[in-house]
Design a protein around this ligand. Sequence first.
Ligand code: F6R
Length: 607
Amino acid sequence: MCGIVAAASQNNVINILADGLKHLEYRGYDSAGIAVIENKKIHSYKREGHVSELTNILDKKLTSNIGIAHTRWATHGKPSEINAHPHVSDNNIAIVHNGIIENYIEIRDKFFKETKLESDTDSEVLAHLINSYSKENDILDAVYLALKEVKGSYAIAVLDKNNADEIIVARHGSPLLIGVGENVNYIASDAHALIMHTNKFIYLEDGDTASISSKEIKIYDTNKKPVQREIKKSNLSLDSNTKNGYEHFMLKEIFEQPEAVKATIQDRIINNTVPKEILGPNVDKYLSNFNLVQIIACGTSYHAALLAKHWLEKLAGIPCQAEIASEFRYRKHAVQKGTLAVCISQSGETADTLSALRQIKQEDNYVGTVAICNVPESSIARECDSTLITHAGPEIGVASTKAFTTQLVALMLLIIVLGKRFDVTDELEKSLCEQLKTLPTKIKSTLDLDNEIAELSKIFSNKEHALFLGRGSHFPIAREGALKLKEISYIHAEAYAAGELKHGPLAIVDENMPVVAVAPNNVVLEKLKSNLEEVKARGGKLYIFADIKAGFKSDEISQVFEIDAPMNPVAPILFTIPLQLLAYHCAIIKGTNVDMPRNLAKSVTVE
Ligand code: F6R
């Protein structure tokens, strides 16, 4: 949610800022802006739209040794040039802000009743507040005093015209890191923006404030006491920032799934067993005393949670609840003693999931917390007792693909470890390990459906609505297929448990309603077949993704796409692949922005 990049250098920083913004664009892309200090003046440039709109207007001769930049995902105030960051106060102070200042109206009414504000944003108020405190305090104190008034979440970078060598930054609830260079230091919301310049990063902690110049980095805690934070080396590769010959990041990431799954199981399956050590040194805190699992996640990660619930209960006999984090955090819970919490998050920064995790940590009946996460340095990964990293590599496309399938793989590894005290026998462990090891090859074969699905998309993309059906452990996959289709092709799609059709949704089935079915060869196959007959009888057109042994044949009403997905617990992972491809190809035909769909952003760091 919004991307921040900033730099203080002995050389010109304009290209650093412009390139950094391009790499952060997946976090928000409705407007962008940059502010630099040149000849003792703040110069600010802003544009509505993508980062390229901004870089097109930047004067080629513009130079500066210090600057801050921002790409926005609108929360307060519509996407527009006026609402774009940086917000400049009195030509003195410029700020970029990620997060939400919840009490900005109170602050505005208390301090700026007489001031005419330019924008509709919460952030502009903070710029004015810092500016007013800077009249009688140095800039670091001014930031501290201003932030004392603020309720909400923020990562900010502040430029002060009268202090042209340093940038002040602060974080509370939104990610921010410092990139360490030679005669240059950087700031960014994530390492992608800077990996072409440095692989050395300091991850700021909540409550930290820092002053950064080209020569020096000083970090302070909430009480303004100087603190040391470790410099970590990142192994992000430059490659992860490029499309590597693919037309879109999303397509590249779909095709990276065999490798991503391989990397996620690598070194975690040893002689067909999964050692508890994959959960790190704190595993003994909860392994012998938990007796049920509560999973929390949002969006696609929540779909992974739903499938994990099936697996935990069916394979391990462990009771499990899965809940959307934004609901979980605002209701009262009857928590049973011995509950283990599992948070699933690709980014590890999703505000609702993080906040739910923090609530859980206050509650005695939870015996431990486990993160399934793709970003090792993220808040969720750092704040859980154990973290199982999905080695998907950076996911840039806003629609989650390889992060989802690797989350499922990591969840299966977790279930094997947790389940040994319950129903996971040595024999079942061996069989699940073998199934996981065959996945990369099976995903590769499933990707061969690409051309066939591209053809199907020519018909499908004309539709305005679609229904996705699945049963049992494949219902979460149908839900994920529907989410993928709507988020990138803007075709309205809903998923139903196939048995629910006749309880209402069947009323909308006619020849204009495509119905996509996920049809594994499992115990509910015959039931699913009956549900699909109900669709056919109403003239609904069927697109069935079926296991080769499920016995479906194409006819004038149904088109069948065969997948080699033997009847075993990991089969749902394979059925995910064609649904990702369907969404992708429909989006291409509809001409939407596949990697940056409208109204969305990759990392949802606001509620
Ligand atoms: C959809 C998608 C989102 C995310 C959700 C949670 O394709 O990517 O629904 O899954 O915003 O994000 P994380 O997993 O980062 O917590």
